[in-house]
Design a protein around this ligand. Structure first.
Ligand SMILES: C[S@@+](CC[C@H](N)C(=O)[O-])C[C@H]1O[C@@H](n2cnc3c(N)ncnc32)[C@H](O)[C@@H]1O
Length: 245
């Protein structure tokens, strides 16, 4: 393993576009939710004629489905990722995460989204056809809070990302919630370079993170990992499926 400076420099140099976490192989692990989102959406995409993937990132997960419907549209707000996704998916539209969605009402049988930054429930309800469903794996409240707190000191955990809020917002948009399943997952980092890359990539974990601004805490993290072999935190996820009447 390299020195503190070498590891930090390595983590700081990794390109950020796309939403592929294979760089972390051997340097960090995240337990996967038991339900297998990719195969669940693959089964649903096979059964519909039109689908919309919101905030597709680099399009990696949706493009892994063996069969895409005749109408397959994705949105992405961050231009570097929109360009990456456009190489994988038939149609990628640059659109703001919070909406409005640039589609006519009642256009899609299925809306999917994994780990959206925000979920525009009213817009989802509008663009779904009657009887259509929204299927989404979401990041829950307090995800990786141990990492946030280690870097920033204790921070309040807001409820905005909770499963209960998702249910309330989906129902307020007129959708019927068919499924809501939460899970907590173990995350472990094995070197400080992996922590640096993660904080640059998943930028809402420590808002405003820079290597220079957090050098002291990164050195503490390096010492912690040297002592314990890893830094462990907990991510939270939930699966939600909702139907338009
Ligand atoms: C958490 S990502 C999930 C992407 C995809 N749905 C997936 O699960 O693989 C959600 C959104 O964050 C955006 N995002 C990622 N890195 C970003 C960055 N550095 N600046 C702005 N947005 C970013 C992505 O482009 C995407 O729209």
């Amino acid at each position: 393993m390299g020195t503190f400076e070498e590891l930090v420099a390595e983590g700081a140099a990794v390109p950020l576009e796309g939403w592929d976490f294979s760089w972390f192989e051997g340097r960090a692990t995240e337990e996967r939710p038991p339900w297998g989102y990719a195969s669940l959406i693959a089964a649903r995409l096979r059964d519909v004629t039109s689908a919309l993937d919101l905030q597709t990132g680099g399009g990696e997960v949706t493009a892994s489905a063996p069969v895409l419907p005749p109408v397959m549209v994705a949105t992405e707000s961050w231009p570097p990722n929109a360009a990456v996704a456009a190489r994988r998916l038939p149609l990628v539209v640059q659109a703001p995460d919070a909406g409005p969605l640039p589609f006519r009402s009642s256009s899609f049988d299925l809306v999917i989204s994994r780990h959206p930054v925000v979920t525009p429930w009213a817009e989802i309800a509008r663009v779904l056809r009657s009887g259509g469903t929204c299927f989404s794996q979401q990041i829950g409240a307090g995800t990786n809070r141990e990492l946030t707190d280690f870097m920033m000191g204790p921070q309040p955990v807001g409820g905005a990302r909770s499963a209960a809020v998702a249910r309330a917002e989906a129902e307020a948009a007129g959708l019927e919630v068919l499924l809501l399943e939460p899970v907590s997952l173990r995350v472990a980092f094995f070197d400080v370079g992996a922590v640096v890359h993660f904080l640059r990539k998943v930028l809402w974990t420590v808002p405003g993170f820079t290597v220079e601004g957090y050098r002291d805490r990164l050195l503490e993290m390096h010492r912690h990992i040297q002592r314990h072999g890893e830094f462990v935190c907990t991510s939270t996820r939930f699966l939600v499926e909702a139907r338009k009447a």
